[in-house]
Design a protein around this ligand. Structure first.
Ligand SMILES: C[S@@+](CC[C@H](N)C(=O)[O-])C[C@H]1O[C@@H](n2cnc3c(N)ncnc32)[C@H](O)[C@@H]1O
Length: 255
């Protein structure tokens, strides 16, 4: 399944602390995710990104909290979705040599380090600064595309100095915060999911209206004329067309 998304209501995970739901957060993140066939979200929480992006052919969802993973099992127990209840660190250690560098994408949203927090104790499992150092060291060795979210902080800025970053101002329950994403690849020119393209709500609406106008124009053309135009677009723009899950590169080793 490569179209639509899992944007279903999960009351058990409403208002999850640190969720990437508000202030355009998951939209900003999805606008930086390149095409992939295998998706790994290992600090899952309420899974704001996974639930709103187009599915990959294979997904691995994990959280160390044993109260959360049964919720995943209840809502997403499909054959192409693996669910686990482990620390992300050993999972990453195991994945490092197994993942296909082209077709895999890892999104990580660990608990914020203490120096950046206004309150602590929201999760049943927290991470020490040393845990973060280990995590950063592991992901620095990955060859596939990895993105990690955090509030801007010295530890991450230093450990991921060679990575690209993008910062977003978001409204949280504690007021305005800067959320920063660090990613080990170039700003993508092709996306896994174009649903949220645009800088903000108004810009996204503008792009959606443009797409609808074009679609409506095409649908009003005589069939052969429409086919000729689509054929021309395919031929002239084939390099810039990405259809999620339909790339020709070999499948990665799914676990
Ligand atoms: C910032 S929240 C993730 C929020 C999520 N992106 C969302 O949209 O709701 C961090 C999550 O990491 C989990 N966690 C803490 N330590 C972990 C570890 N070592 N391995 C995996 N998950 C962990 C917590 O239970 C929490 O759900």
């Amino acid at each position: 399944m490569t179209t639509g998304n899992y944007n279903i209501e999960i009351p058990e995970l409403n208002r999850y602390f640190g969720a990437k739901f508000g202030g355009g957060m998951y939209q900003n993140i999805i606008n930086l995710i390149p095409p992939h066939k295998a998706y790994f979200e290992l600090f899952g929480g309420s899974l704001a990104v996974f639930r709103n992006k187009k599915p990959a052919l294979y997904s691995h969802l994990n959280d160390l909290s044993s109260t959360i993973t049964p919720v995943y099992l209840k809502h997403f127990n499909l054959p192409n979705i693996k669910i686990s209840n482990l620390s992300a660190i050993p999972i990453l250690q195991e994945l490092e040599s197994l993942l296909d560098p082209i077709d895999s994408f890892i999104y990580l949203d660990p608990p914020y380090i203490k120096a950046t927090r206004r309150s602590i104790g929201q999760y049943s499992h927290e991470m020490s600064d040393d845990d973060h150092r280990v995590l950063l060291d592991i992901i620095n060795h990955f060859r596939c595309n990895v993105m990690i979210s955090h509030y801007p902080n010295h530890l991450y800025d230093l450990a991921l100095a060679n990575w690209n970053t993008k910062s977003f101002k978001v409204m949280t329950r504690h007021g305005w915060q800067t959320e920063k994403v660090y990613f080990n690849y170039e700003v993508p020119t092709k996306l896994h999911d174009y649903s949220y393209l645009g800088n903000n709500f108004t810009d996204r609406q503008r792009i959606k209206r443009k797409a609808l106008r074009l679609k409506s124009k095409l649908s009003r053309l005589p069939e052969l004329e429409r086919a000729a135009l689509i054929d021309m677009i395919k031929n002239d723009f084939i390099d810039s067309i990405h259809i999620a899950g339909h790339s020709t590169s070999p499948l990665c080793t799914f676990l």
